[in-house]
Design a protein around this ligand. Structure first.
Ligand SMILES: Cc1cc2nc3c(=O)[nH]c(=O)nc-3n(C[C@H](O)[C@H](O)[C@H](O)COP(=O)(O)OP(=O)(O)OC[C@H]3O[C@@H](n4cnc5c(N)ncnc54)[C@H](O)[C@@H]3O)c2cc1C
Length: 388
């Protein structure tokens, strides 16, 4: 996106320049969580959020609304890479993040219509667990408890041998959550500029499609779109597409929690008793599901439907959609200062776990940006530097 010579001659296309203390580029959950903590810690700080479309139009408005620590399979990967201590510190961070959101926002905002729930990593057969055991991975070290098939909802008992449960989590409509945070920020005087893209950071300010914004500090919260903003992120945050569908069921299906099925590579939840949301299957077309283009594809959508068939459901699809996730090589976010012409920070690369990790990550970003903390929790996992 840029503005042409022709559009620059249209009356009213350009707007006045803006001066602000902190400019956050990207109006998703990470950007707004960061703004929440900046203004919580320094109520007089002038914060501006710049969003190229509308807030929540990125992954935040497209996700499954699992406010969880993630699946046991996610921790198995972290455990293999980082060992038990570091991997379990991520589980503690995620759990703290979900609780902090409840204590700071959810419990005061019933309009978000959140529900308490557990997340269950469903296990189809014992072989799966055997490979974990062989590698000394113990899900109980990561906030999970085993549930036998008898403890699962009736409709899942005959399909799964059991599951690993993480409790005291939530399911939400992510857009309702984001809009409530936006409402809080507006009351705090945060300035929202929507339908205007940030193009470039220069010594004099940030160039947008309409003006120059002059901030003291810049925070990039662009997640899967980071490399569109600057090519330095090409080797750091990889855009990957994730697809979902929702379906109306012909019969009740009483499964109150949110579910991961790592063998089938899907995640799903009920919205109402007769409405299911399911996503995943992206590894069926790993190379095709790369990039920032939010399209749905027959291959993946069919596979999601086939999964619902396997659950024995009769259904009618009501919505199909896709969103763009930002993946890092190590599948953990980056929250750090980055070299740029102005004092600039980066928060992103949530690798499909931004709703669970995002709120506390926003606090970490705010603390680093304000000089309260030297490094974020995720700095210890960082491997590469970027210069923009
Ligand atoms: C289908 C799907 C299901 C998911 N399910 C879950 C889940 O259940 N639980 C979970 O924890 N995570 C889930 N995730 C991941 C989660 O949605 C993300 O990690 C999280 O939303 C990231 O938030 P963000 O603010 O970093 O990014 P985004 O929400 O993508 O925000 C980035 C924003 O930057 C804006 N932008 C881009 N370029 C510019 C520019 N040049 N100028 C200004 N603005 C710009 C975009 O429009 C966008 O609004 C899912 C993701 C997808 C796609």
């Amino acid at each position: 996106m840029s503005s042409s010579f022709w559009s620059s001659n249209q009356v009213g296309t350009f707007s006045h320049d803006i001066v602000t203390d902190v400019l956050i580029i990207g109006g998703g959950y990470a950007g707004l969580s960061t703004a929440f903590w900046l203004t919580e810690i320094r109520p007089n700080l002038k914060v501006t959020i710049l969003e190229r479309l509308t807030c929540g139009s990125g992954a935040t408005g497209k996700n499954a609304g699992f406010l969880t620590i993630g699946s046991a399979a996610f921790y198995y990967n972290l455990f293999n890479r980082w060992g038990v201590e570091k991997a379990s510190s991520v589980a503690a961070f995620a759990s703290h993040s979900v609780n902090l959101l409840y204590e700071s926002i959810l419990k005061f905002h019933p309009e978000i219509k959140f529900e308490r729930s557990s997340s269950v990593t469903l296990i189809k057969n014992q072989n799966f667990i055997e490979s974990w055991k062989t590698n000394n991975f113990i899900p109980e070290d990561f906030h999970f408890t085993w549930k036998s098939s008898q403890e699962l909802p009736d409709s899942l008992k005959s399909i799964y041998t059991g599951g690993y449960e993480a409790s005291l989590e939530f399911k939400v409509n992510p857009l309702l959550l984001l809009n409530s945070i936006k409402g809080i920020l507006k009351l705090r005087g945060v300035n929202f500029i929507e339908n205007e893209a940030g193009f470039e950071i220069t010594q004099t300010g940030v160039k947008t499609s309409r003006r120059l914004i002059k901030p003291q500090k810049v925070i990039l919260a662009l997640n899967g779109y980071s490399s569109q903003f600057h090519s330095a992120f090409q080797n750091l945050v990889f855009p990957k597409r994730a697809q979902m569908l929702s379906a109306r069921l012909e019969e009740d299906f009483n499964c109150p929690d949110v579910y991961y099925d790592p063998a089938e590579k899907v995640y799903w939840r009920m919205n109402h008793q007769r409405e299911i949301i399911v996503g995943g299957k992206r590894t069926l077309d790993e190379s095709g599901e790369v990039g920032e283009f939010e399209k749905v594809t027959p291959l993946i959508q069919k596979a999601l439907e086939q999964y619902l068939d396997k659950l024995g459901l009769k259904f009618q699809v009501t919505h199909r959609w896709a969103g763009i996730m930002g993946f890092t090589d190590h599948e953990l976010p980056i929250i750090d200062r980055v070299p740029a012409p102005l004092e600039t920070y980066f928060i992103g690369g949530f690798s499909g776990h931004g709703m669970g990790l995002g709120f506390l990550s926003g606090k970490e970003m705010a603390q680093v940006c304000l000089g309260i903390k030297e490094e974020s929790f995720f700095h210890q996992f960082k491997q590469v530097d970027s210069a923009i």
